[in-house]
Design a protein around this ligand. Sequence first.
Ligand code: ZN
Length: 314
Amino acid sequence: MKITPATLRRLLLSTTIAALGASWFAPADAAAVSPVIQINEATSKADITTQQLRGNISVLMGAGGNIVALQGAKGKFLVDAGISVSKAKLQAALAQVGKGPVKYVANTHWHWDHTDGNTWLGESGATIIAHPNTLKHISETTRVDDWNYTFKPLPKAGLPTILVKDGKTMQFGGELITLKNLGNGHTDGDLWIRFEKADVLVLGDTFWNGVYPFIDNASHGGINEAIKWANHAIEQSSDHTIIVPGHGPVGNRAQLIEFRDMLVTVRDKVKGLKDKGLTVEQAVAAKPTSQFDAKYGNFVINPDFFTRLVYAGL
Ligand SMILES: [Zn+2]
């Protein structure tokens, strides 16, 4: 890998977040600072890096989950909104991408690192698009014990007004955009967003490129559902397709296949242990992810926690 300054900054941010991983998702300790607060603090110090993909499409990294921007003649179509602590840096990065306001923001799912910026973008005039269950989650107070954090409802300006339950197509900036839900995946309200002409597929957190994913069982996501989404994306893409994950570097179909194969292998191993009657602690001790840990285990979801997520979803 060629280490550019942008890559280096990204690696440093990843390291910062990985360093937080020790406490991340540990059983909630009332005295511990929530990882949400720690991530927000790390993100507030992070630079935004912009990578041009194809056509008028770019990805912006460093504001939470990956953000994709399509630049049209009169403004922008964004996928995801990042964390609002990045507002000033994100505004500057978006101005570098091209002229005009953000017209639309499509949320891939409800998690705060993808939707927290909805409010300032909505107040600036953007129309928010999301699945009805995303609207439900960000409209209510949500306690996440694993994160020792209670999310407050977003103000009205941050709530979606265009709801996509199964699918929708839109024309914007000369592009044909397809939004699609395949049922439960990472949560119960995921959307993938595909830029058909440029052949860019944005998968949100149904794809974490090269790192173990979080799977939100409490929001009706699950390991089998995550595999279903990955399989569908593999079927619907080619070697030409640029595949943007929710976290990790921009990817391709080969990397998505590798991710899917990892999910299937870990699922089968954990299922075998669970079927034998092992408790979750015994399953974690059996280290069913070990063959993948050197590659996938160095980000926010460590091997033990990933095993717990898979076990809980079976
Ligand atoms: Zn997520």
